[in-house]
Ligand binder design. Sequence first.
Ligand code: F6R
Length: 240
Amino acid sequence: MLKKFQNDETLAEAVSDQIESLLQKKPDALICIAGGETPLKTMAELVRRNKKGKIDFSKAYFVGLDEWVGLGRETKGSCRQTLYDYFYDQLDNVQPDHICFFDGKASDLDTECKRIDTFIEERGGIDFILLGVGMNGHIGFNEPGVPVDVNAHVVDLDDVTKKVMSKYFDQDLPLTNGISLGMKQIEQAKEIVVAATGAKKAEIIERTIQSEPTTEIPATLLKNAPNTQFFVDQEAGARV
Ligand code: F6R
């Protein structure tokens, strides 16, 4: 389902409403929020509601979506830095051991993937996932041509991702790989929101909405999941 919002603020409010009502029903829900720019407004809105006592995250669980291989929290622009600085560390009463995040510097990345998969399995799957969409349609670091039937795995970054990534970092980084939840466990999430904001996303949103599910545009694969909502602002939704 496609839903258009006036702007990125109203979109962030709608996502926050969904998370708020989920936590009322299931205080220990497992929530996954992407890094990158798109979710920043939602994170700010959730923090605001938490400070006002409207949302209680004290029993909630969180899992990371992805990370650049080789990066940790000390690198501004890493997924870990984004999620911790703008979200987890801003919330009152979050239990640190309820957060499971990819370690992009792990020496054994396969073991790291298994650790994340186990955390998700032990919680009975992801309850709510907020995703952004890459300029090439990627979801997390599931790049075009992605295998559909995998859980957390190591990925070769697509050329488009390598080009776009400089917007996150204040230095040139020779990054070639990512570590990401897989489409299988993403599609199994009980509520999925794919969000896109801004004019630069208009073309990929058009392609995503108009195309049949194809691994060439990973975002389209989420159309197969019954609980997927595509949330766009006016600019990102200008062609659909
Ligand atoms: C980030 C992630 C990526 C981004 C996507 C959109 O953790 O998983 O898939 O969601 O590249 O990035 P932004 O939101 O910066 O446009």
